[in-house]
Design a protein around this ligand. Structure first.
Ligand code: ATP
Length: 237
């Protein structure tokens, strides 16, 4: 990343606690506008907690997080969402008793420029077919698409996606990869937490390795093949 442009999302010395448990121990990373980066690491390394801290969901966090030049650490989650950061948690959080369309139109817009329902259905043809089905009748893949589509519609400019491929069939994982590529083409910025190394390798520009509550390495996408052995060692795979 050129030193002259300020990063879009900048995380410095981020520390966070669950009660007395010191989980994030000084996380540092940058994301440029339009980039797709992953946070890779073993179970319990602190990837989900990092996303939660960015969203203002950790009761105790310190350090610095700036988005688009503005400090956001310490702000309540609704203000962080309104600043244009969309969060898609691992459990997806869609409403089971509401239809696909209802799920999509429910979250309030966070930007003057939102994405129309028609455009969302163009991007996710499977969802268009299931538009009148209840959320709890969807397959895991459809639920994941809905969770992403719902955040996109609000006009969020950066998406934090927590393990979007978890538990999904390979063909659905491929579809999610295409959706991420489309979003990148549309100029969106994405921070992706992943366990699926092969999936991550295909979609991301850069990879940050998280270990015991810290970012311990950064591997550019172009160097991934050359550094695969090292990465496998980090991930224990
Ligand atoms: P995973 O893929 O397993 O979710 P992760 O890298 O996302 O891994 P985190 O979920 O951020 O890891 O967890 C980091 C540490 O914090 C782990 O040691 C975990 O046990 C602990 N932890 C996570 N959530 C809580 C919680 N609600 N209360 C207490 N400790 C927690």
């Amino acid at each position: 990343m050129p030193e002259t442009t300020a990063p879009y999302l900048r995380v410095r010395n981020l520390e966070a606690w669950y009660d007395e448990s010191y989980v994030l121990q000084g996380v540092d990373f940058d994301v440029a506008e339009g980039e797709v980066v992953t946070l890779l690491g073993r179970n319990g390394a602190g990837k989900t907690t990092t996303l939660k801290a960015i969203m203002g969901l950790m009761p105790r966090a310190s350090g610095s997080i700036t988005f688009s030049g503005r400090d956001i650490l310490g702000h309540p989650p609704h203000r962080i969402a309104r600043a244009g950061i969309g969060y898609c948690p691992e459990e997806r959080g869609i409403f089971g008793s509401l239809t696909v369309t209802e799920n999509l139109v429910l979250p309030p817009a966070v930007a003057a420029e939102t994405i129309s329902l028609a455009r969302i259905y163009e991007m996710f043809p499977n969802l268009a077919e299931r538009r009148d089905s209840a959320g709890n009748k969807l397959s895991g893949g459809e639920q994941q698409m809905l969770a992403i589509g719902r955040i996109l519609r609000t006009g969020a400019r950066i998406l934090l996606l927590d393990e979007p491929t978890e538990g999904l069939a390979p063909v659905i994982v491929q579809q999610i990869g295409r959706v991420i590529a489309d979003m990148k083409k549309a100029g969106l910025t994405i921070v992706l937490v992943e366990q699926n190394f092969h999936f991550a390798a295909h979609v991301a520009d850069r990879h940050y390795v998280v270990e015991r509550g810290r970012v311990v390495d950064m591997i550019p996408g172009a160097e991934l093949t050359a550094q695969e052995a090292k990465l496998r060692d980090y991930l224990g795979v």
